[in-house]
Ligand binder design. Sequence first.
Ligand code: ATP
Length: 237
Amino acid sequence: MSAILQVTDLSVAYGQIEAVKGIDLALNEGEITALVGANGAGKSTALLAISGLLKATRGQVLFDGTDLTTLAPHQIVGRGVVQVAEGRAILTTLTVSENLALGTYARKDKSGITSDLDWVYTLFPVLKNRRDGLAGNLSGGEQQMLAIGRALMAKPRVLLLDEPSMGLAPLMVQEIFRILKEINKTGLTILLVEQNVRQALRIAQRGYVLETGKVVLTGSGQDLLDDPKVVEAYLGG
Ligand code: ATP
């Protein structure tokens, strides 16, 4: 397995407080990697440093021979490392299709854009049905779908997701995880940050457990699901 994205000794601080303390992660190409842990463990902070929205205080994020920590966020997106924002961050006063079009701002391949739009509408039929409606009228789960769809329209090579299941009803959570698996089947590499440890490890080929800014366990998704320490700490005994 070759790593498409390699994080080495990554540290991130908010002022004096170090939230991520020298973590190593390897994303294998074509796999879902889950980064799990409790509230405040540093998962979001690590993701924001990979996408360049936060500056790393130490370490490297190697992708395609470039250290992403030296690039600006839009350059990182341009290289194909695209984050779906937490809290959706869709534009509620624009239509669904206008939101999807925003994802394509850095692309020039018209025919690729058209076929990706078809693909996104196939993945999320509800977005197709409501493409001319305002994004603000979508439910929370539908807005999450739109946020994922918009990221896909940027033609990512690595998709980063921060808590896509947050605040959603159980059926919608199931649906989002099912679709992530389907997206991954096309070969897209995914880094999934989740507090929903069970669901995330079920769909992930590999997982990392973060506690107070450090990686404390790593293994295949299944190995972690079976690990007594994971069961006790995250899966309710
Ligand atoms: P959550 O699921 O709650 O987002 P997390 O694992 O993603 O948890 P982070 O949000 O990365 O954790 O937070 C890691 C640590 O950094 C926490 O102690 C948090 O209080 C702190 N932190 C996060 N954002 C800031 C900020 N803007 N300023 C100061 N401290 C912060």
